[in-house]
Write a protein that binds this ligand. Structure first.
Ligand code: UDP
Length: 364
């Protein structure tokens, strides 16, 4: 059985690492399974790509489509053209796409037009917010996939409500948490911990990259000012995503306790999150990791495709509502934040379940 695994952007790399490990384990057990990895080149900066391959021991991809930057349509088109050429010469039994980035959707379309079976890992989650490019990527991918690997019962229900059959859905848990569990003992204290004199539970971590938050300068300014004013002068470590960096200019120098750094490697970033007072973010994956590490998480979004992080985890949605942001900080300062529980099946073994299911499907 031959798989093609697609990855294109930072959160993808974190999701494919355990899948590759699980395939290699099965192959060593004598099961006929192998894979090729296609990197689309959607993220190409070493801080968002190369470092993750090295840190997470992901093998070099067989091919890099090197699509580089561009608008949504330019990237989608370049990925589709490159991936179609690749598939013409390398036809697998199954294409595996993960998550919700442009590469996920673009390769899903190409695979199905080439009449190749398609599996989607992290299928079925929905924010119902079509202003997010990721929601469109999820919806298109889930219209096309043959096999759906899900992180929650709600994702299963979302899929069923669009006509996906029970036997196509595999409720396996969360591969992002597989990586967290696998790497937890390797987390590395970053240099900034010492140079900025950080102490455990005594600083915040901030990440921002959603177009809704960062593309309009006045809105980004409002968010940063609100957070800084609510932070009681605790230091805020802010690894700045390239999309956000384009906007920031002199703004960040206005605030003494806002410490901007380059996007961090996985092991150092998650060390910081594990030991911080709270993480403030608009990321999806970070809300899951914070939940599993029982770290308070304030999410600068109006909605989430991962509601379990709010219902049983440590996440609260505040959007960009001043009163909600301030109330969240107050709750934190008053030590009223819930410790939270870990969602079912987010146990570090999801990738093994996925590969087990695929072996059963394709060798039956
Ligand atoms: N991450 C990282 N370094 C950083 C910021 C984030 O390693 O400086 C990791 C984080 O731990 C998580 C993933 O990147 O695993 C989240 O990616 P991102 O926020 O870009 O995507 P999303 O989850 O919102 O799709």
């Amino acid at each position: 059985m031959k798989l093609t695994i697609v990855a294109g952007a930072r959160p993808n790399f974190i999701k494919i690492a355990p899948l590759i490990r699980a395939i290699e384990k099965k192959s060593k057990q004598g099961i006929n399974i192998n894979y090729e990895l296609v990197h689309t080149g959607q993220h190409y900066d070493k801080n968002l790509s190369g470092n993750f391959f090295r840190e997470l021991n992901i093998p070099e991809p067989e091919v890099n489509l090197n699509v580089g930057s561009g608008t949504q349509a330019e990237q989608t088109a370049a990925i589709m053209i490159g991936f179609e050429k690749y598939l013409n010469n390398n036809r697998p039994d199954l294409v595996v796409v993960v998550g919700d980035v442009t590469s996920t959707m673009a390769c899903a379309i190409v695979a199905k037009k080439a009449d190749i079976k398609l599996a989607h890992v992290e299928a079925g989650i929905r924010s119902w917010d079509l202003s997010m490019p990721e929601e469109i990527n999820r919806m298109v991918t889930d219209c096309l996939a043959d096999y759906f690997f899900t992180t929650s019962k709600l994702a299963n229900e979302n899929l069923k409500s669009t006509g996906v059959r029970d036997e196509q859905i595999f409720y396996v848990g969360n591969v992002m948490i597989d990586t967290l569990r696998h790497e937890e003992s390797n987390f590395k204290k970053p240099e900034i911990f010492n140079t900025a004199h950080l102490h455990e539970k005594d600083y915040f971590v901030l990440t921002l990259h959603r177009p809704n938050n960062v593309d309009e300068l006045s809105h980004l300014e409002f968010i940063l000012k609100t957070i800084v004013h609510s932070s009681k002068n605790y230091k805020i470590v802010f690894p700045v995503h390239p999309r956000t960096k384009n906007q920031l200019n002199d703004l960040v120098n206005e605030f003494d306790n806002l410490l901007t750094v380059e996007p961090m490697g996985y092991l150092e970033f998650n060390y910081l999150v594990k030991h911080c007072k709270a993480v403030i973010t608009d990321s999806g994956g970070i809300t899951e990791e914070a939940t599993v590490m029982h770290v308070p998480c304030i999410t600068l979004r109006e909605n989430t495709e991962r509601p379990e992080t709010c219902e049983i985890g440590t996440n609260v949605l505040v959007g960009s509502d001043l009163a909600k942001i301030q109330a969240a900080f107050e709750k934190l300062y008053n030590n009223q934040w819930p410790y939270g529980a870990i969602p079912e099946l987010w146990d570090g073994n999801s990738a093994e379940r996925i590969i087990e299911n695929l072996v059963n499907l394709f060798q039956a």
